[in-house]
Design a protein around this ligand. Structure first.
Ligand code: FES
Length: 136
């Protein structure tokens, strides 16, 4: 196993989203995508993720955007970008999600990497069909 294979397998085990190296340095690639509400689920076209390692969605009924990314081992992750410390909006920054208020850092799948937050970001279940993702 070479170094890249090892890193990929480690990322899958850690639930890390697939991010190309350029995104480790900045927030390039962030894009709000259109969505529809269907049966109280957020419906997003899979094709909207084809050109971005992650996308943002901002439904009116949620207090912050949803961060949606493809997981390296397959499947998708969706988390609410609202800090669990004092509710500031968390921002994608490279391979992490950072809170500008007091410095908490989360993984792309919402786990706390640095305090003061102690709880993970709110996660949503993501199901898929051939063309769409449904976040609930
Ligand atoms: S509100 Fe995010 S670290 Fe305090």
């Amino acid at each position: 196993m070479n170094r890249m294979d090892f890193l990929k397998k480690s990322a899958v085990l850690a639930g890390v989203c697939v991010l190309p190296p350029v995104l480790h340095q900045s927030c390039k690639g962030a894009a709000y995508v259109p969505f529809a509400m269907q049966d109280e689920k957020i419906k997003v076209k899979k094709s909207d993720l084809a050109e971005h390692p992650f996308v943002l969605i901002k439904p009116a009924n949620l207090p912050a955007p949803v961060y949606l990314c493809r997981l390296e081992g397959g499947g998708f992750s969706a988390v609410l970008l609202q800090c669990t410390h004092r509710a500031c909006e968390v921002r994608p920054s490279g391979k992490e999600l950072q809170c500008p208020c007091h410095g908490s850092v989360f993984s792309p799948t919402g786990e706390v990497l640095e305090s003061p937050a102690e709880r993970p970001l709110r996660r949503f279940e993501v199901v898929e069909d051939d063309e769409n993702l449904y976040i609930k």
